[in-house]
Design a protein around this ligand. Structure first.
Ligand code: FAD
Ligand code: NDP
Length: 348
């Protein structure tokens, strides 16, 4: 099977790209994955309850509900959604080859949008599974404003820029924020570290790790504390905490592109600043897979739009070249019924 454009992934970036590309009549095929990277189709938002910062939903919306709506919108305009994981790709020549799980024969595509996302690292502490989303979160910007954290002691684990940013964000809501750093120093940038250390509502504790999360025993009970260990002295103590936020890094889902698509030291795909262009012509990247800084549904959706418009431009240019070469055949399929080419962005 050949498609003009294949989208790999199923979060806000993938579905936004799908909406734009299907409206541009490019008949995108979207592989949404089957628990790819340990996450259900629909992406990271399927692992949360209410999303309160996505514009258009003044009362908030459930994460899964929002992703179901995005999926329906992609389908409405003709995106073909396949519930399989792409396991392998060959990007050495066009058309690109992609192997869905459990198949020997590859599918091919003239352009690819990588929107495979990322997953927040967890620490797998005793008690973590019970209190996940009942006090524990991996996204302060997403969850910090909920009532259970108001005027309560909160803890952030991590010593990087995310930990610093999240701690200062949480300080608006909690009574006090303690940042637990496993080593003897912060990894955050100098400016960020300076601001964090000067914050009146934040305490940074070095050489300290959490060893257990404790809380209300009942089903759906909330966390109320942490057990800590000083890694130098070995001393243990209990601490009251009603919120625990992990900021220990994310893992982008990029393994199958290693060595072919340029990545940074932490395996995030590198895109040309302000665009979705990767180093491979015809391969675009959008969403958390290429954004280690903002990691929000709305920024992912925005970059999915950019990737779609850039893929559309790339395909139109490739089509023009084919026409010049007298190879009009398959590419004419992208044109509208009247033979007029539809482009979602008249500037392209
Ligand atoms: P992702 O959502 O990461 O989805 C990628 C999808 O691609 C996954 O379903 C994965 O299974 C699939 N995939 C991966 N590899 C393959 C493959 N090889 N083949 C096929 N499919 C594949 N953001 C907000 O703005 N507001 C919030 O309130 C909010 N709350 C959050 C709560 C939690 C618990 C978490 C973890 C995140 C939250 N975020 C929130 C962040 C937000 O979810 C992400 O920024 C956003 O989902 C990233 O979107 P994405 O399109 O890059 O992909
Ligand atoms: P980082 O990888 O920079 O930091 C992760 C932190 O988590 C480190 O302090 C690390 O400790 C700690 N950590 C990792 N594993 C564990 C563990 N098992 N137990 C305890 N602590 C642990 O990730 P960030 O998300 O902070 O940042 C990612 C990138 O995004 C960076 O390049 C950062 O500069 C950038 N960023 C920039 C922002 C800005 O400029 N405003 C905002 C957010 C991110 P250790 O140091 O000991 O390894």
């Amino acid at each position: 099977m050949h498609s003009k454009v294949v989208i790999i992934g199923s979060g806000p970036a993938a579905h936004t790209a799908a909406v734009y590309l299907s409206r541009a009549e490019l008949k995108p095929v979207l592989y949404e994955g089957m628990l790819a990277n340990g996450i259900a189709a629909g992406g990271q938002l399927t692992t949360t309850t209410d999303v309160e910062n996505y514009p258009g939903f003044p009362g908030g919306i459930g994460g899964s509900e929002l992703m179901d709506a995005m999926r329906a919108q992609s389908e409405r305009f003709g995106t073909k959604i396949i519930s399989e994981t792409i396991e392998k790709v060959d990007l050495s020549s066009r058309p690109f080859k992609l192997w869905p799980e459990y198949t020997d024969e590859p599918v091919t595509a003239s352009a690819i949008i990588i929107a495979t996302g990322a997953s927040a690292r967890r620490l797998h502490l005793p008690g973590e599974a019970k209190y996940w989303q009942n006090g524990i979160s991996a996204c302060a910007v997403c969850d910090g404003a909920v009532p259970i954290f108001r005027q309560k002691p909160l803890v952030v684990i991590g010593g990087g820029d995310s930990a610093a940013e999240e701690a200062m964000f949480l300080a608006k809501y909690g009574s006090h924020v303690t940042v637990l750093v496993r080593g003897a120093k912060l990894r955050a940038s100098k400016t960020m570290a300076k601001r964090l250390l000067a914050h009146p509502k934040v305490t940074v504790r070095y050489n300290t790790v959490a060893t257990e999360v404790t809380g209300e025993p009942e089903d759906r009970g909330l966390m109320t504390g942490l057990r800590l260990r000083d890694v130098v002295s070995g001393a243990e103590e209990d601490m009251r905490a009603n919120g625990l936020f992990y900021a220990v890094g994310h893992d982008p889902a990029t393994a199958m592109f290693k060595g072919v698509v340029d990545m940074d030291a932490e395996s995030y795909i590198v895109t040309k600043p302000g665009t979705s262009y990767t180093n491979v012509e015809g391969v675009f990247a959008a969403g958390d897979v290429q954004d280690k800084r903002y990691r929000q549904a709305i920024t992912s959706a925005g970059s999915g739009c950019i990737a779609a418009l850039e893929a559309e431009k790339f395909l139109a240019e490739a089509e023009d070249e084919d026409v010049e070469d007298g190879m009009e055949g398959e590419n004419q399929a992208a044109k509208g019924a009247g033979g007029e080419e539809y482009r979602s962005n008249p500037l392209l």
